[in-house]
Ligand binder design. Sequence first.
Ligand code: NAP
Length: 282
Amino acid sequence: MTIIDGKAVAALVREQVAERVAALGEQGKRVGLATLLVGEDEASQVYVRSKHRAAAEVGMYSYDVEMNADVSQDDVVGQIESLNVDSNIDGMIVQLPLPGALDGNAAVEAIDPKKDADGLHPYNLGLVMLERPLAIPATPYGIMRLLEHYEIETEGKTAVVVGRSFLVGRPLGILLGSKGVDCTVIQAHSRTKNMAELTASADIVVAAVGRPEFITKDMVKPGATVIDVGINRTAEGLVGDVAYDEVSEVAGAITPVPGGVGPMTVASLLVNTVTLAESRST
Ligand code: NAP
């Protein structure tokens, strides 16, 4: 059984990004990433800090914008628009979810798609659908890099993705089914009827549900690859969407939580940012 080491692969991806950032630097171009954090949610603060650390590590300039939770939607959009026209910024992220009544979708839509480091703008989601991506949603992108790194066979394989959010499940389903990857994808969700039967037939199971230990041993075919996207904060600490101990008895390969998909999300954000910087500088 292979434990898929997201931390190690993310370090490799960051090295590749650092080389690309350095190459742009030689042409006099500094790569800049901006983060916009609204409110004081502790988990969001941790995520944003880790993005700045990672950006610094690959030689990017990073810019931290923080706004109070009581700002208006117009204030948020105004801030995004000023980053859109800031020539020092190549990529930006709006840390989601936004607090209170603020509209996260509208905020993402205000981002210039050519600066959309999370790859969540409808324009970039559309390019993923058309199989000519620019910025790819960071978590699905990270998962695809993990499968590639571990040479997990995908062609003609059945992949069940549990979850259909626009952040994770839905774009991942598209990527897994795209030409060259060639999985046969089943996109499962809360209305799916025969869940255990479906997952037990899959060569690749992805859990992006947000329910602790949702995928159990009996739901996994021996030898299958199991990707756990879930991050659930419980009294027992951080728990994934997969019952790791029992599922690892049958899986052929599995991502741990933490140390699996999480580090790849941040690394993919950096890949998107340098890709956007390269496309702006040509
Ligand atoms: P989300 O927007 O809440 O979507 C959850 C999906 O799971 C929905 O499509 C929902 O179905 C489905 N679902 C919920 N309960 C279900 C059930 N009982 N049976 C089958 N499907 C069910 O969550 P998300 O943003 O995709 O995130 C999913 C998890 O990944 C969360 O734990 C989140 O914290 C984590 N996450 C991790 C990373 C990372 O970097 N590791 C990044 C992003 C998210 P419906 O559509 O029918 O409601």
